[in-house]
Ligand binder design. Structure first.
Ligand SMILES: Cc1ncc(COP(=O)(O)O)c(C=O)c1O
Length: 404
């Protein structure tokens, strides 16, 4: 039985090979390995793609988030509001500035930070630091953008900066003021990870900050390169957080194909919904709110029988993942923040029920059909076994998106 891959970077590499070879040849000839023409070129191309004035290439998504916050003056005594349903890098970036991360629960439909819950926290005024919140860091989880129009209105009302964590949402779009704009181009800064498995991934670690603010761009540029204003002059302390040229060449080659690859991911998501959407089984499929366009970095289903489904897929040589099995407020690393089980019930229910099915632009129709048939069979077997629990689970664990 041929293994169905969760992500297929080999197929991606075959597509970009010639472009990358040419890019690498130039870099080797110039021996400009850190910064230089290839980095500049990618920064300009990605800025044009996003529709922003500046992109600053950095060494990872975590560094992008940290440098954007530092450049905004976020530090000790400030709070940054974010979601507990994300990768730990989001919260590490906040902690590394000296600020206090504040979790607010997510909405069950999109698994994204709930605007209503953020409003509730801000209006209640019981802040965790004396100074209170300075920024909101919405995470466009799984490639599905946050509802940015109400989020931005709320941030404006309370005088807060928005730093978008767009590390999973390269090319995703949001309808804002009747125009489609890219995730990561809306807040004061948008931060991207180019970790290899992302929709736009490097061949190693890489990231970027996007912004329309000239001063912010200048500060991030200084921070990523030892505060350097000329070769031997350092205006301030900074970091070594630069993007290297070989990664930039890979990213330029992939960026040309990103819209096409994202379109294919969206087709595959539709196909998953066709194949799985009509089953009476306890399975919830992701759907898009009208004003956003997801790029399906991950295709995340939910089921109260998640663990049985996962075992069946793995037994049938189908790779799958859980993003994320433990919400951040319950991670040992975050214990000093003082949160407990039950603090964010939506996030906890999501963590208990989510399963990420294979999703990448080179996934084939026959592979998708195999995934769907194993899924239906596994849930049908468990359906019989757990028939008594079904209704309770349907209401307790799954959001009501399928007309239930
Ligand atoms: C939502 C989110 N935030 C932050 C990060 C951190 O990015 P990196 O791994 O490039 O530091 C990631 C990447 O995995 C992510 O998915």
């Amino acid at each position: 039985m041929q293994r169905v891959k969760f992500v297929d970077l080999v197929a991606q590499n075959a597509e970009i090979r010639e472009d990358v070879d040419r890019g690498f040849e130039r870099i080797h000839a110039e021996t400009a390995y850190v910064g230089g023409a290839a980095v500049k070129q990618f920064e300009q191309e990605f800025a044009a793609f996003l529709g922003v004035r500046h992109v600053i290439g950095v060494s990872s998504g975590t560094d992008a988030l940290r440098l954007a916050l530092l450049a905004l003056g976020v530090g000790t005594g400030d709070e940054v509001i974010t979601s507990p349903m994300t990768f730990i890098g989001t919260v590490e970036a906040i902690v590394q500035t000296g600020a206090q991360p504040v979790f607010v629960d997510v909405e069950p439909q999109t698994c994204n930070l709930s605007v209503a819950a953020v409003r509730h926290y801000l209006e209640a005024g019981r802040f965790r630091t004396k100074r209170g919140p300075k920024a909101i860091m919405p995470v466009h989880l799984y490639g599905m953008p946050v509802a940015m129009a109400p989020m931005r209105a709320l941030a404006d009302q309370f005088g807060l900066q928005i730093v978008e964590d767009a590390c999973q949402a390269h090319g995703a779009r949001v309808l804002l003021d009747q125009q489609w704009v890219r995730a990561g181009s809306i807040g004061k800064a948008g931060c991207f990870s180019f970790y290899p498995g992302k929709n736009l991934g490097a061949w190693g670690e890489a990231g970027a900050v996007a912004t329309n603010d000239d001063q912010l761009a200048e500060r991030v540029s200084l921070l990523r390169d030892h505060g350097r204003i000329s070769h031997y002059a350092h205006q301030s302390y900074g970091y070594n957080a630069r993007l290297d040229a070989l990664q930039a060449a890979v990213l330029s080659a992939k960026l040309k194909r990103l819209d096409r690859w994202n379109r294919r991911r969206r087709e595959l998501a539709d196909r998953y919904r066709e194949l799985l959407g009509t089953t009476p089984l306890p399975l919830w499929l992701p759907s898009e709110p009208e004003d956003v366009e997801s790029v399906y970095h991950l295709f995340v289903v939910r089921s109260p029988r998640r663990d049985a489904l996962r075992s069946a897929l793995l037994a049938n040589e189908i790779e799958c993942g859980i993003h994320y099995p433990v919400p951040l407020h319950l991670q040992p690393a975050c214990r000093t923040l003082g949160y407990r089980v039950g603090d964010f019930p939506e996030s906890e229910r999501i963590a208990d029920t989510v399963l990420s099915l294979p999703m990448h632009p080179h996934l084939k129709e026959n592979e998708l059909e195999r995934i769907a048939s194993v899924t239906i069979r596994a849930l049908a077997e468990n359906h019989e076994l757990f028939a008594g629990e079904r209704d309770e689970h349907k209401t307790a664990c799954l959001p009501p998106t399928r007309g239930e």
